[in-house]
Design a protein around this ligand. Structure first.
Ligand SMILES: [Zn+2]
Length: 497
């Protein structure tokens, strides 16, 4: 070993990977996982160990990959309140060591549909803008997805360079929002073109036409209070969209990834469609045609938040799709947890898109003016563990898959990221499984003045976080790195598993 190398030994922890839980030591050399297991103390490498971390009574998870975030996203003349710096710092406190954020292509005309009737900015220019925001500021490692809002030859000609030279191999499309949605044919075109390059298309699956007609009707009748938000975006908007995606996927025989699934009915559409789900023996399969992502908010919150008398309280939870009803049997949440256990839902990401109360006030009397989104990048692991594993809804291995391994596989980061295996980046979370605490704006690290989970009691806490072999959050909760430590990840082909 050369004398500039650094190594860390993590002793006596329980290593939780996507396939097993085992009491073991982990040797990290130069930022990579070198060995896992019982190690002979006389090995020469041990002379070079610079740090020994005792992980007795702790679980060790792979560092999380949050495949869906929106840091400083411009909307309606404002920006989401977490910058790449503040948002990724908060992510680290929650054990997330990699984010994949969305760069959104601007249309030159805001209301054209289909998109071919408008022009869009160049995709490379879109990426330039996002890199400018991120570079030198990010604490986690990071990748970018690219939201494509205009399908024309100019856009399609840029795809190859985007994938090969800029390391962006996943694309987002919208079926909702008049200023962003594209037609089903355009989605299929993008799927074919992206697939040739090893790229994957993701979709915001809500039926835009249905939503726009409900909104128009409500505006006409002056029903514009915030409580109309969930009524404008009913579950059927999600199921309609997913049905159409199943048709597209079956016709093209290509996979597609649905972001932020919110409802049991949406999940059932995929369950009913033989061939669109996972293979029997794996949580993730190349045969999967419809890959589903959900978010912690749909797993633990419900639409009772929209009954509040104070419209600002409602606005805190205005996001699209909206929170769903719990009902007598809490069907939506229970089915989504089951969907994870069955392997239909392969990713849990946060859709972190925070706005301050001052920003949420913009729509206090008018649902059309509410910036959509909630904060959550910090709480994904603790919610999955406390509400999912401890309540018997998912196993620890299933948790690891939706938390890190599957997003790494799906979005071209495996085996560098996503699991605790020899040769991978040493991105690790040392987690105290019995520590009880309460989620609150008083102790979170996100740059937003409310918590979507205020008062939520959880068991289990991230105690120490390691990114590429460096302790980035220590046992005392102290941040040990400078802004800009996070590296850009040039991603490989998607669905590489
Ligand atoms: Zn989003």
């Amino acid at each position: 070993m050369n004398k500039n190398s650094t190594s860390i030994l993590i002793k006596n922890g329980t290593v939780v990977s996507s396939s097993s839980q085992v009491k073991a030591n982990i040797l990290i050399v130069d930022g990579k996982i070198k060995k896992i297991g019982d190690m002979n103390i006389s090995e020469p490498e041990w002379n070079d160990i610079t740090e020994v971390i005792d992980a007795s009574n702790l679980l060790i998870f792979p560092g999380g990959i949050d495949a869906h975030t929106h840091m400083e996203l411009p909307v309606m003349g404002i920006s989401s309140s977490d910058t790449f710096a503040t948002g990724t710092r908060a992510a680290l406190y929650g054990g997330t060591t990699t984010i994949i954020d969305f760069a959104n292509q601007n249309r030159n005309s805001s209301l054209s549909h289909p998109s071919s009737q408008t022009e869009g900015e160049s995709l490379n220019h879109t990426l330039d803008k996002w890199f400018k925001k991120a570079e030198g500021n990010v604490y986690t490692d990071y990748g970018l997805h690219l939201s494509v809002t205009v399908i024309n030859t100019k856009t399609l000609d840029e795809l190859k360079g985007i994938v090969e030279n800029r390391g962006v191999s996943s694309f987002k499309t919208f079926m909702a929002y008049p200023n962003m949605r594209i037609s089903d044919d355009e989605i299929a075109t993008l799927m074919r073109e992206a697939n040739k390059l090893g790229g994957l298309v993701t979709v915001h699956a809500e039926d835009g036409q249905l939503i726009e007609s409900l909104i128009e009707e409500n505006i006409k009748e002056r029903n514009i209070s915030p409580k109309m938000h969930p009524l404008n975006r009913p579950t059927i908007a999600e199921t309609n969209a997913i049905s159409r995606l199943i048709d597209i996927s079956n016709k093209e025989q290509l996979p597609i990834y649905v972001v932020h699934l919110s409802s049991a009915d949406g999940l059932n559409k995929v369950r009913e469609n033989k061939g669109a789900g996972p293979s029997a023996d794996a949580g993730v399969s190349a045969k999967a045609k419809i890959i589903l992502e959900t978010c912690p908010q749909y797993l633990v919150l419900d639409d009772s938040k929209y009954l509040h008398k104070d419209p600002l309280e409602i606005n805190k939870f205005v996001m699209s799709p909206p929170l769903r009803e719990s009902g007598i049997s809490n069907k939506n949440q229970n089915e989504l947890w089951k969907g994870i256990a069955e392997g239909y839902i392969q990713v849990v990401a946060t859709d972190h898109c925070p706005f301050t109360l001052e920003q949420k006030k913009l729509g206090i009397n008018n649902f059309t003016m509410i910036p959509n989104g909630i904060p959550g990048v910090e709480h994904r692991l603790e919610i999955l563990f406390s509400e999912g594993f401890l309540k018997g809804k998912i196993t620890l291995e299933q948790l690891v898959k939706v938390w890190a391994t599957n997003p790494a596989n799906i979005f071209g980061l495996y085996p560098q990221k996503g699991d605790i295996v020899v040769g991978a980046d040493a991105d690790l979370v040392l987690f105290d499984p019995s520590f009880k605490h309460t989620l609150s704006v008083k102790n979170h690290h996100m740059n937003v003045d409310y918590s979507a989970y205020e008062g939520f009691e959880v068991t289990g806490k991230c105690k120490c976080v390691i990114l590429r072999g460096k302790v980035v959050i220590d046992n005392n909760g102290t941040l040990k790195i400078n802004q800009g430590y996070g590296k850009y990840l040039h991603r490989n082909r998607c669905l590489h598993y």
